[in-house]
Design a protein around this ligand. Structure first.
Ligand code: SAM
Ligand code: SF4
Length: 330
């Protein structure tokens, strides 16, 4: 599919649940979000039908996400079936890593194109204060799981959200995991959605200064591992890369290739926009595959030119305060 601005839309972020076993301060309120009842979520059959239709329209890569996808029963089986859909070339996942070890071998056998693991800190106390959940083994156990994934041949990337006065002193240590352990460490600028508006961001430019002071120059990398919007940099002596997703301070909307499907069946052309298509209602009303394909095409035609974050140093809450990233799928 090609949108009104000439962008090729071939990437779907598929959220299969809005539930999560953590409560990250930038993503979900401490009390959680109001869970969608199971009967208002897309079933796996409905999800696969929509993915088959979108693959027919040109979607080639799917990132399965949430909430935390691994809390939904049958998630790995869904991923296996998704990988078998004609036209879908790559399936990858984004997870907090907490439940990952028990599913790793099965995921490796699919095979997955990659796993993104969110890790904002290497310190147990900070992990507790960011995620508002604790377990004696975190984050050490998650680091061990990353190593197991590497040994199983699954490419692993780390996602880290830099936060002033919370993990800013650890950012170089987290970046250093790209030296040997993971394919890339990607730093995502804090997006002012929902509860994130209360937090102090670190911009990509500030982060670069912090990293270069200790690691030396970040040199633009020739390769781009993955389908996302990150700009990648090489560091001398590192096998892996450093990625920066400066969604707010720089933006990358001109090359945006994605759609987002929520667990409740809402298809969104942009994370910050209120434009959406209620595919679940269409399914329930008995829409045919060609009706659904036509509606998706029409939505793609309305994909906005760019997001509407209002500048991270200005009014950080913007008009996104009532949203939750866990529901949108990150
Ligand atoms: N539970 C999974 C996880 O944590 O990786 C997948 C869902 S989570 C919503 C997807 C990604 O969105 C995570 O890497 C998380 O760090 C990121 N994220 C959530 N809220 C964010 C925010 N306000 N700004 C920037 N990134 C955010
Ligand atoms: Fe859960 Fe991921 Fe959101 Fe953290 S970032 S609360 S792990 S969905």
């Amino acid at each position: 599919m090609i949108d009104a601005f000439g962008r090729v839309i071939d990437y779907l972020r598929l959220s299969i649940t809005d539930r999560c076993n953590l409560r990250c301060v930038y993503c979900m309120a401490e009390e959680g979000v109001e869970w969608k009842p199971h009967n208002s979520m897309l079933s796996f059959e409905e999800t696969l039908r929509l993915c088959r239709i979108m693959a027919g329209l040109g979607i080639r890569k799917v990132k399965v996400t949430g909430g935390e996808l691994l809390v939904r029963k049958g998630a790995v089986d869904l991923i296996r079936r998704l990988k078998a859909v004609t036209g879908i070339e790559q399936v990858s996942i984004t997870t907090n890593g907490v439940l990952l070890d028990r599913y790793l071998e099965e995921l490796a056998s699919i095979p997955l194109a990659g796993i993104n693991i969110s890790l904002d800190t290497l310190n147990a106390e900070t992990f507790h204060s960011i995620t508002r959940r604790e377990h004696g083994d975190w984050p050490g156990a998650i680091l061990k799981t990353m190593e197991q994934a590497r040994l199983l041949g699954i490419p692993v990337k780390i996602n880290c959200v830099p936060l002033k006065n919370i993990n800013q002193d650890e950012l170089c240590d987290i970046a250093a995991l790209a030296e040997k352990t993971v394919k890339a460490v990607r730093f995502i600028e804090l997006m002012p959605i929902g509860c994130a508006g209360e937090l102090e961001p670190i911009s990509g430019m500030e982060l670069r200064l912090i990293l270069e002071r200790r690691l030396g120059a970040l040199r633009p990398a020739g390769e781009k591992p993955g389908n996302g919007p990150a700009a990648y940099y090489a560091v001398s002596g590192f096998a892996g890369l450093i990625g920066m997703i400066n969604a707010v301070s720089e933006g990358f909307c001109e090359s945006c290739n994605r759609l987002r499907l929520s667990s409740g069946g809402l298809l969104q052309p942009c994370l910050s926009s209120d434009i959406s298509l209620d595919l679940r209602s269409l399914l329930l009303s008995g829409a045919s595959d060609s009706d659904l394909a036509g509606a998706v095409r029409e939505l793609v035609g309305r994909k906005p030119a760019s997001h509407s974050f209002s500048g991270i140093y200005g009014n950080r809450r913007g008009n996104h305060a009532g949203k939750a990233m866990s529901r949108i799928g990150g």
